[in-house]
Design a protein around this ligand. Structure first.
Ligand SMILES: NC(=O)c1ccc[n+]([C@@H]2O[C@H](COP(=O)([O-])OP(=O)(O)OC[C@H]3O[C@@H](n4cnc5c(N)ncnc54)[C@H](OP(=O)(O)O)[C@@H]3O)[C@@H](O)[C@H]2O)c1
Length: 293
């Protein structure tokens, strides 16, 4: 049964990037369950085909359409958008979820690792956003939604060298989401832009980050009770089901109860214990979609 507020999305098309595993797969499944037509893309398209079959045999009202796309290749992205346009009309919701971390520190990391993160986490997200907006504009879709799966790393830098460049790409996502929101207001549309910023989520992410040290990856998810991909899905459904005049824009943060709230920081030299909240660092912005330029 459709969740309250989700009925208006029935039979409309959502693109979910990085739908082969983890958060993207969970989001794609949940949207199909809510009756949407979902194009799920990634390189490992076989996983998405299996998920599509699973959704079908579960009798979900929507459909999942697998699409093979390497998001680090602009031509692949543009071909995907043109296939969506010719076969399904266009995109109404774009969920920029695909992302990765590579263990390349600032002092000794490889340029190829940095490029891989930039290509997927920043450039692909920007290309998909532009193409999704153009698709909505051509079809006069005024209620579309672009959701960026950001991270707590887009709002604070943790003292772990392997995450510093990744964190820079996620800070970019914070700026891109707010910039997008401003451009959408200038364009006088009611298309909305939101970023959701999870803490630790138990997925393949850490295993890909520490691909040469799987024990390190496993330890990441053992230290606390992590979020599950379905917890992030709930945030996506909440954002999509909010009434059209409500804009949930920057930084809906969501993290495990056991995760130290890393948006709080200790004052230098202060004793161990909870730090002060750093003022104004992270607005969780809710406002009317027409206002707050
Ligand atoms: N897990 C966490 O703790 C956590 C926390 C905060 C934010 N996030 C963010 O959440 C998002 C999803 O991460 P996850 O945890 O679900 O990670 P994951 O399990 O590693 O999944 C990553 C997804 O991105 C896709 N992807 C990566 N590179 C790609 C490329 N070149 N072309 C197409 N697809 C590509 C992967 O598909 P293929 O490999 O099949 O192509 C996969 O579907 C990311 O943006 C991540 O930064 C994760």
């Amino acid at each position: 049964m459709a969740r309250p507020g989700m009925e208006r999305w029935r039979d409309r098309l959502a693109l979910v990037t990085g739908a082969s595993v983890g958060i993207g797969a969970a989001v794609a499944r949940a949207l199909v369950q809510q009756g949407l037509k979902v194009v799920g893309c990634a390189r490992t398209v076989g996983n998405i085909e299996e998920l599509a079959a699973e959704c079908k045999s579960a009798g979900y009202p929507g459909t999942l359409i697998p699409y093979r796309c390497d998001l680090s290749n602009e031509e692949d992205i543009l071909s995907m958008f043109s296939a969506i346009c010719s076969q399904h009309g266009g995109v109404d919701i774009c969920i920029n979820n695909a992302g990765l971390g590579r263990p390349d520190s600032l002092l000794s990391g490889s340029t190829s690792g940095w490029k891989e993160m930039l290509n997927v986490n920043v450039l692909a997200l920007s290309i998909c956003t532009r193409e999704a907006y153009q698709s909505m504009k051509e079809r006069k879709v005024d209620d579309g939604h672009i959701i960026n799966i950001n991270s707590m790393s887009g709002h604070r830098v943790v003292p772990q060298s392997v995450t510093h460049f990744y964190s820079a790409t996620k800070y970019a996502v914070t700026a891109l989401t707010e910039g997008l929101r401003q451009e959408l207001r200038e364009a006088q549309t009611h298309i909305r832009a939101t970023c959701i910023s999870p803490g630790f989520v138990e997925t393949q992410f850490a295993f890909r980050l520490h691909d040469k040290e799987p024990e390190k990856a496993a330890a990441t998810y053992e230290q606390i009770k992590c979020l599950q991909p379905e917890d992030v899905t709930e945030a996506v459904i909440y954002v999509l089901s909010s009434p059209p005049h409500v804009q949930v824009s920057l930084a809906l943060t969501i993290h495990s109860l056991e995760e130290p709230n890393q948006l709080q920081r200790k004052e230098a030299g202060s004793p161990a214990g909870p730090g002060r909240v750093s003022q104004g660092l992270i607005p969780c912005a809710f406002h009317r979609s027409e206002t707050s330029r």
